[in-house]
Design a protein around this ligand. Sequence first.
Ligand SMILES: [Fe+2]
Length: 321
Amino acid sequence: MGSLVGNGLSGTLPKEPEMWAKYLVAKESFWHPSPLDTVIDDADWTFRLNDGLRKALLRTLASLSAIKSIVADHLMPTIVREVGLVEASRYLELQTVVEHIHLDTYDELRARLLSSCPDAAIRVCTSAEDYASQAKTAWAMRLVNDPSKGLEDRLLAFMCLERIYTASFSILVAWLRKRAFLPRMCRLVDLICRDEDRHVKFARDILNHLRSCPSLIYIKSMVSEAVALETEFAADYPALFSLEKTSGVADYIKHRADDLVTSLGCPKLYHACNPFEVRSGPPCASRPTIFERRIVSHHQLPLLGDIHDVLGPFSASAFGY
Ligand SMILES: [Fe+2]
């Protein structure tokens, strides 16, 4: 047996070795973006995107920042306080730092795009102050502040925020990536999505360790609320992307929700087929990963041609472009 000195647990063996191993992987995978160099995106942003797409992207980034701020500043500190298990606490403390990096990245991306936005009218109507955006943040804050909620409820809320409330952004980014628009931004999103996937799986691991888990009725209630709010938020997406099947965006959000509830051992709520399931190319696992680099230089990031690992089985090729 190797020395335990320096493993961060005062020389003792971890009681939850699987959680501890995930913490060590997360620590080794820690990244921080170099100062955002999105100059290469400027021409796409100014000349290739139309007003509708610019508005959707700015509004979505604003909403993500608002949600991520709640996660990083309020939800994660509460979960860390309540979790009690040292191996989980270490992971969650590191995750809190990562959530702040995601928040900073969204804010910087939005600021950069706003600074070169060609239409002043778009700039003033792309904050997260519309009804649908505010409904999402109000939902999140209600769950953070409700003293009757326990750790299991907050973990479920967190999973909804990271999986369901990011669904419309996944569609938008996939659409942009398919056309090779905004490549620097898309690469940053790859990194964030990789982290989010790990965070959601770790939250599920903690839930599996708790004696009291959310009831099936409560899970259904929370997930269906989140799906309704995200669907409302993305109501104009079908027209934006000229989708033949206008229910495609809503179906994709429901599909993500079904993935979430089945990962918790619950039956599907919607049985929604993924409308964007067509994909091509080898699976991501066969490709070299970029995520284990501690410091990320956007000049060095290779393109990820396949988003299956990041966004689930969704592929923008299903849009038919
Ligand atoms: Fe996260």
